[in-house]
Every structure is written in C-alpha cells, then in structure tokens.
Design a binder for this molecule. Structure first.
Ligand SMILES: C[S@@+](CC[C@H](N)C(=O)[O-])C[C@H]1O[C@@H](n2cnc3c(N)ncnc32)[C@H](O)[C@@H]1O
Length: 198
C-alpha cells in the first residue's frame, strides 16, 4: 500500500501532504479508512492531527455522515491541519481542537496528555491514537483509554499506531488488563497497529 494508491482509492484529486517520519504510514491510514467506510462511525476522535485527519474526513464525506474531532497539542499544527482541510474542501468534516498537553494524573502515575476541556461531550464510535509523540515520556499514549473510556460507545473500536514499539506493546497489555471487555487484534504492518474492539 502506498499513499498514491490510498489517494486513488479514496478519490483524492491532489496528493496528500505527507511528512515522511511524522505522518501515519499508508498501511495504517488504509486500516482506519477501511473501517470508517465499512462501519460509518458518527463520532471519530483522534489523538494528533495531520494526514490522518484528511483521510478520516474524506471517509466522512464519502459516507455522507460522521465527524472527526482531532486533538492537537501543537498550535502550529492546528493551523497547518486546518489549512490542509481547507485546501481539500474538507473543513466541514473535522474540528481540529487545540489541546495542549497538561499534567494528567491517573491511578498509576502522571502523564503529559491532551487537555480535553474543548472536546465536546459526545459518545465516541472510533478512537484513533497516533499521539502524543513517544519520546515525551514512558507510555505516552496510555492515558487515551483511561481518560476517554467513559465516553466510548458500547460498540466502539480503538486503533493505536506505532504498536510494534515495546512501549506500545506494554501499554496495550495494561489497557487489556483494565478493560477485559475489549477484544484485541494486532496487525503486523510497517509500524504495527493494535486494534481494540468492543
Ligand atoms: C505522529 S504525529 C501525528 C501524525 C498524524 N496523525 C498524521 O497522520 O499526520 C504526532 C504529533 O507530532 C507533531 N508533529 C507533526 N508533524 C511534525 C513535524 N514535522 N515535526 C515535529 N512534530 C510534528 C504534531 O503535534 C502531531 O500531533
């Protein structure tokens, strides 16, 4: 799978803006777009904005239903993603929410994680986790499930990118211990993808 093929399959009329090391890989974007097109989720929340926001928004446009709420800690990246959404005429399908990282206290410790004050209280059908960056702290992406679990729909799916890394493998084990009601699938693609379904 390549970005070119993904663009073709989703009918993008211009190349997706991609930053080699930071954008989600095409195989991960294909997994989330396939799910989105098949299941037509109404409320999609993603942790970190960028190419993934364009892909998910395009799926909502094709589906003629659904909306993306993208948590983004970097103010410059909020503007960048908003400009890209505008270029692709997809602004109506995605709210990029400036969500600076702030100290988030959980049972097992403290993390720098998104401030979700501006995230509307909606029931989440699909959660896509591709941030915050892993170098920030151990188990950087762990808070996503404990913080948002109360907002997840009874039937929901969670996609975690970069799941091949030891850190992500460990944090998924912790999630599954705390939430045995989720089924688990690991996709052995370029960077690894963990999928939790309920
Ligand atoms: C893995 S990136 C996000 C990728 C996004 N989901 C996508 O598919 O493009 C995680 C975070 O890194 C930051 N980021 C994105 N591009 C960056 C760059 N070129 N240099 C430094 N940080 C970047 C942004 O704050 C972003 O939310």
């Amino acid at each position: 799978m390549s970005y070119r093929l993904l663009e073709k399959n989703l009918g993008f009329e211009q190349p997706l803006p991609v930053t080699e090391t930071w954008s989600a890989a095409p195989d991960f974007l294909t997994l989330i777009s396939d799910h989105c097109l098949q299941n037509k989720p109404e409320v999609i929340v993603e942790c970190s904005s960028g190419t993934s926001s364009l892909v998910l928004s395009r799926c909502c446009q094709i589906n003629q239903t659904g909306h993306v709420f993208s948590l983004e800690n970097g103010e410059a990246f909020v503007s960048k993603t908003n400009d890209e959404l505008k270029d692709f005429s997809l602004s109506g399908y995605c709210d990029v929410i400036h969500a600076p990282l702030r100290e988030t206290v959980l049972d097992d410790g403290q993390y720098q994680w998104y401030d979700i004050t501006r995230l509307a209280e909606k029931t989440i059908d699909m959660l896509v986790i591709d941030g915050p960056p892993g170098f920030l702290q151990k188990h950087s992406r762990y808070p996503a499930l404990p913080v948002l679990s109360d907002r997840l729909a009874e039937k929901c799916v969670v996609f975690l990118d970069d799941a091949a890394r030891d850190d992500e493998q460990q944090l998924v084990r912790n999630w599954l211990q705390d939430h045995p009601e989720f089924s688990y699938e690991y996709i052995d693609n370029e960077r690894g993808c963990s999928i939790l379904r309920r």
